[in-house]
Design a protein around this ligand. Structure first.
Ligand code: UDP
Length: 467
């Protein structure tokens, strides 16, 4: 255990060191990487961010304490709108290598005589070229995995799952439990829309290999939440590769406005609308930045929410509903008839919304950031996972932490209405609400002095200075 004096002197040392952080250019990856940057800046490091001009960070909301280095990546319109995410990622990985190499070379040559020598690169393992480029300059890389530990434990089991033929043709075996990963069922295993199973396997394998070749692994989670999955990962990794669960990032260190990393403008009208609602009465509905639904599902959601009788705040991101620009598939006068019981926006200040006392439930696609943000505010969840790690996250919400319910049979208005009532009005929801509040307390404790994330953060600071 470090003495306070020791830690103070490490903090002094970190003031002379610089970290380079490189987020994958998607909202769910940018947010945690920039939150981590804030945390490490508060620990005394100087911060440089390398980012792409694809999904570029908004210049007006950047952190004035960081330096930003944009690398050009020219995706054609067809490439940028490719439905298969594995293809978009492989294009990004191919096109970013050279500009990244040039940018890193420049930063390192500036760094040689600088008062801030560079300690290491912190990168996303889906950006699968960054580590080897850094290594060619003898710069160590620490990986930030932006998903949870449980889904990562699933990813490291992929070779076994493939052998057991659980990654393809699971049609008749969907309800089958995956013994090694209890309580995960075959239906919860990661899939991607419009994507070839072999391409997804390769993407995941590359990601795991990148992390195994790195100097360490950071997770936006905490021991009390995911101790079991973290232990599984530690067993799989060489003891020289430390694992740092430092989350929940947004509850640690200096509070900055969440708009600073938002790619879309956040509609602040949500907050004044919420101010007029009764405590714990509102269903907040958002499926994140990437998920898509069809028009039939959109209408089932709309009618389910309307019939539930609860007020609702609904994020309908342009592009959420396939084949439609925004709300045009809603019946005429649908929203008007609800008479201010509904508020619909294109993008919300989600963290502020979830922290608002009027919020009573969060209907989410279970992206990891959204799941963790819901946990941190003690908001019970309704889960509609769509792809990737979301099915694993949803299974943990409903069956492990038991702080929410899944819509197990798809989106149908009757089931939506019943689930909202079960969770928000009926007795059945009371235990779920109690557990959600207890988990919130645990999430807030881990950053206090002596808390697990607080200790791992000190460990990471020392480790980065030792590289
Ligand atoms: N988010 C937001 N406003 C919205 C919806 C989402 O600011 O209206 C943020 C949310 O707080 C989270 C991120 O976008 O930090 C979404 O990440 P997540 O991992 O939940 O899902 P993804 O978008 O990657 O599917």
């Amino acid at each position: 255990m470090q003495t306070t004096n020791n830690l103070d002197s490490k903090m002094e040392q970190s003031k002379g060191r610089r970290l380079i952080l490189c987020p994958l250019p998607f909202q769910g990856h940018i947010n945690p990487m920039l939150e981590l940057a804030n945390i490490l800046h508060a620990k005394g490091f100087s911060i440089a961010i390398i980012h792409t001009n694809f999904n570029t960070l908004n210049p007006s909301t950047r952190n004035p304490n960081f330096t930003y280095h944009s690398i050009p990546v020219d995706l054609t319109e067809t490439e940028a709108s490719t439905k298969d995410l594995t293809v978009v990622l492989s294009i990004l990985n191919a096109k970013c290598v050279e500009p990244f190499r040039e940018c890193l070379a420049e930063l390192l040559s500036d760094g040689i005589n600088s008062e801030y020598p560079i300690a290491c690169l912190i990168s996303d393992p889906l950006f699968n070229f960054t580590r080897s480029v850094a290594e060619s300059f003898k710069l160590p890389t620490i990986i930030l995995r932006t998903g949870c530990a449980a889904s990562f434990a699933v990813y490291i089991t992929f070779p076994l799952l493939k052998k057991k033929r659980l990654l393809t043709n699971t049609g008749s075996r969907l309800e089958e439990p995956v013994i090694e990963l209890s309580p995960i069922k075959a239906r919860d295993l990661p899939t991607m829309p419009n994507c070839d199973a072999e391409d997804l396997y390769q993407l995941i394998t590359n990601m795991v290999n990148e992390s195994k070749a790195s100097y360490g692994l950071i997770f936006n989670t905490f021991e009390d939440l995911e101790g079991h999955a973290l232990a599984t990962i530690r067993q799989e990794y060489h003891p020289n590769i430390p694992i740092f669960p430092l989350g929940p990032f947004h509850k640690c260190g200096p509070t900055t406005s969440s708009s600073s990393s938002s790619l879309l403008a956040q509609d602040q009208s949500c907050i004044s609308w919420l101010n007029a609602q009764a405590p714990k009465s509102v269903v907040y509905v958002s499926f994140g930045s990437m998920a898509k639904i069809d028009q039939a599902q959109f209408l089932e959601i709309a009618w389910g929410l309307a019939n539930s009788g609860q007020p609702f705040l609904w994020v309908v991101r342009p592009g959420l509903v396939q084949g439609s620009d925004w709300l045009e598939t809603l019946p005429d006068r649908f929203l008007k008839a609800l008479n201010k019981r509904a508020h619909v926006v294109k993008w919300a200040p989600q963290k502020e919304v979830l922290a608002h006392p009027a919020i009573g439930a969060f209907w989410t696609h279970c992206g990891w950031n959204s799941t963790l943000e819901g946990i941190c505010e003690g908001v019970p969840m309704i889960c509609t996972p769509c792809f990737g790690d979301q099915m694993v996250n949803a299974r943990y919400v409903s069956d492990v932490w038991k702080v929410g319910m899944q819509l197990e049979h798809g989106i149908e208005r009757g089931e939506v209405e019943r689930t909202i009532r079960r969770l928000m009005v009926e007795e059945e929801g009371e235990e779920i609400k109690d557990r959600a509040l207890k988990l919130m307390e645990a999430a807030n404790l881990c950053h206090k002095e002596g808390g697990s994330s607080c200790q791992f953060l000190d460990g990471l600071v020392q480790y980065a200075l030792s590289l």
